[in-house]
Write a protein that binds this ligand. Structure first.
Ligand code: PGA
Length: 277
């Protein structure tokens, strides 16, 4: 079957879903608090390979590397940030506004990552405000949701994710402005991943919730899976219906591993299988 294309070029476009009713996979790398100038070599390697890969790519280095990563990418790979403030400017020492990220060359921003929710006590309300600020200046928002191990053990995973979705995603979000990343907290950096059935159930639940709240715009959004995605399990996870890509932490730090996951996405999602919707 022919590649399912959106008309979005993966190399230098920003993540842009559902053009013409089609959905293109997105593999986003979250470097977290890793990387100094030496790591820009990995950005260059990914940028060099991007044109030959059949999915959208995005790398989100730490803020200190943002502008240099944009330059290193040579316009062939979109670069994103890992967080932003909800205000445009002000007395918020250490914070960075969405407008500043755009000024540094970012095309997207991750908001509501569980590490921000946990270590910085971010609420759904704050995540929603950040996403709104980011979308207002044209950044694509990757909004993260996911349950803890205790919440899953208590059978609360859908209730928790449902609350996060309704509290964190701004009204008026669309597939062009918003990507949802389902990241079970217990799978992040642990080497553990949910079963196929667990991912299927949660992605289906998220799709239904988005549709109920935002109609067709919600139905069309890309839903990524995140948490211990590696080259070894990428094809299996990305081959699941309704998984439109991945948010990759540890394995995004090395270009070779990140590209292996992206190639799996190109094969599993953009070719030959009725996945989304
Ligand atoms: P991981 O992190 O791939 O290292 O598990 C994923 C994430 O936190 O986005």
């Amino acid at each position: 079957m022919a590649a399912r294309r959106t008309g979005v070029k993966g190399s230098c476009s920003r993540p842009d879903a559902a053009k013409g009713g089609e959905m293109r996979a997105l593999i986003a790398g979250n470097w977290k608090m890793h990387g100094t100038g030496q790591a820009l070599e990995e950005v260059r390697k990914v940028a060099d390979a991007a044109a030959a890969i059949d999915c959208d790519l995005l790398l989100c280095p730490p803020a200190t590397l943002l502008h240099r990563a944009v330059e290193a990418s040579g316009g062939r790979l979109p670069i994103g940030a890992q967080d932003c403030h909800w205000e445009r400017s002000g007395a918020f020492t250490g914070d960075i506004s969405a407008e500043m990220l755009v000024d540094a060359g970012a095309r997207a921003v991750i908001v509501g990552h569980s590490e921000r929710r946990l270590y910085h006590a971010e609420s759904d309300q704050q995540v929603e405000a950040k996403a709104r600020a980011a979308q207002a200046v044209g950044l694509v928002t990757i909004i993260c949701v996911g349950e803890s191990e205790a919440e899953r053990a208590a059978g609360q995973e859908m209730a928790v994710v449902g609350r996060q979705l309704s509290g964190s995603i701004p009204e008026g979000s669309s597939a062009q402005t918003c990507v949802v990343a389902y990241e079970p907290v217990w799978a992040i950096g642990s080497g553990r991943t949910p079963t196929r059935e667990e991912i299927l159930a949660m992605h289906g639940f998220i799709r239904t919730s988005l549709g109920r709240r935002l109609g067709g715009a919600g139905q069309a959004m890309r839903i990524l899976y995140g948490g211990s995605v590696k080259p070894a399990n990428a094809a299996q996870i990305l081959g699941l219906p309704d998984v439109a890509g991945a948010l990759v932490g540890g394995a995004s730090l090395k270009a070779d591993e990140f590209l292996a996951i992206a190639r799996a996405a190109g094969q599993e999602i953009n070719h030959g299988k009725p996945t989304l919707r």
